[in-house]
Design a protein around this ligand. Structure first.
Ligand code: ATP
Length: 349
């Protein structure tokens, strides 16, 4: 399938302040594309430019091959779901979902059939007559999404729509939203500061930082091969080390731990995923770095066990994730244990 959206070198300035800087990307039709970044990085500004509520200072936005220059929000083939949902509290579920179609003055039979179909798609049959104030957070969410999707937008823009829900409901809605998107096939552009939402739901994620895109990739690649130090630190958990010296292939951290990494150029930072570390490795593989650590604390959180350790002969703390179902119950605080890591998993920047 082709690209439904092209954002070409778009920047947005508010006076002297650059909120979005030279952002350039495409979104494939039918995809679930997330823009992930911390508060203030420019996500909402970018979304508002795609929706047409804000004008880009530079660059161009193209939807379905057509430039959006000068096209007002209501004429763009996009719809937006806000974090606040913005439902009409005095209306029931059916009236909320039918609202946009009525404004388009479609005939009643068409409105009824589109609303019915959409309510059944989002699993809200039987709720037609309920006031939205009588619904749960998750049900309100689905009304907001149905109200947008019933307009048949080419692209649905979602601005942190799970932000107001409690943790359990968010976990559930993540899966529901992904399934809904796959079933309906509408392109979703989803903005969030929550990396686990982005990783679970998306086909592609753009990581945004200070108005710029750092990396656009599949969730798996983003996690496995972060291109920048920012992405390595922002997506997933990592041990982070500052490097104080480098001699040929030997890197030494400020806490005095030395590892070797062939082919490395100048680096200042090193990141290691807690789950990339292997306990009691079989030694002798040249691609691996072997060393010993001393266990400081054992952290058990129900589904996972992590070890907080110190690398022997240094001051460096190292968090290690134990594989699930691993039989390491005999481990004790104070134990010194051998560790191995593939040198590809020493990520240096
Ligand atoms: P959040 O997740 O907190 O909503 P965000 O990534 O969506 O953050 P934006 O709302 O896009 O961030 O804002 C990016 C930056 O642009 C912020 O520093 C914000 O203060 C600034 N900004 C946004 N709108 C305006 C405006 N109308 N005038 C001046 N500065 C603005």
């Amino acid at each position: 399938m082709g690209n439904i959206l092209e954002v070409k070198n778009v920047s947005k300035y508010f006076g002297d302040f650059t909120a979005v800087k030279d952002v350039d990307f495409v979104v494939e039709e039918g995809g679930f594309f997330s823009i992930l970044g911390s508060s203030g990085c420019g996500k909402t500004t970018l979304l508002r430019m795609i929706a047409g509520f804000l004008h880009e200072s530079e660059g161009e936005i193209i939807i379905r091959g057509e430039s959006m220059k000068g096209i007002p929000p209501e004429k763009r083939p996009v719809n937006i779901v806000f974090q606040t949902l913005a439902l009409f509290p005095m209306m029931n579920v059916r009236e909320n979902v039918a609202f946009g179609l009525k404004r388009q003055k479609l005939d009643k039979t068409e409105i009824d059939s589109r609303v019915n179909e959409m309510l059944s798609r989002v699993g809200l049959q039987g709720f037609e007559k309920k006031k939205v104030t009588e619904l749960s957070g998750g049900q309100r969410q689905r009304v907001a999404i149905a109200r947008s999707l019933v307009m048949k937008p080419s692209i649905l823009l979602l601005d942190e729509p799970l932000g107001a829900l409690d943790r359990k409901l968010r976990e559930h809605m993540k899966v529901e939203l992904k399934l809904l998107q796959k079933e309906i096939g509408t392109t979703f552009i989803y903005i969030t500061h929550d990396q686990s939402e982005a990783l679970v739901m998306s086909d592609k994620i753009a990581v945004m930082h200070e108005g710029q895109f750092e990396q656009i990739d599949t969730p798996r690649n983003l996690y496995k091969n972060p291109k920048t130090a920012f992405v390595a630190g922002f997506v997933g958990d990592s041990n982070r080390f500052e490097l104080s010296s480098q001699e040929a292939e030997s890197l030494t951290t400020t806490g005095g731990w030395t590892v070797s990494k062939p082919g490395i150029e100048k680096a200042d930072l090193m990141f290691i995923r807690p789950e990339a570390l292997i306990l009691y490795p079989t030694e002798g593989d040249n691609d691996f770095e072997y060393f010993d650590v001393t266990i400081k604390t054992i952290l058990f959180d129900g589904s996972n066990t992590k070890l907080s350790t110190i690398v022997n002969g240094s001051d460096e703390e190292l968090l290690i994730s134990l594989p699930q179902n691993a039989q390491f119950e005999s481990l004790q605080e104070g134990d010194s244990i051998p560790i191995g890591i593939h040198r590809d998993d020493l990520k240096c920047y």
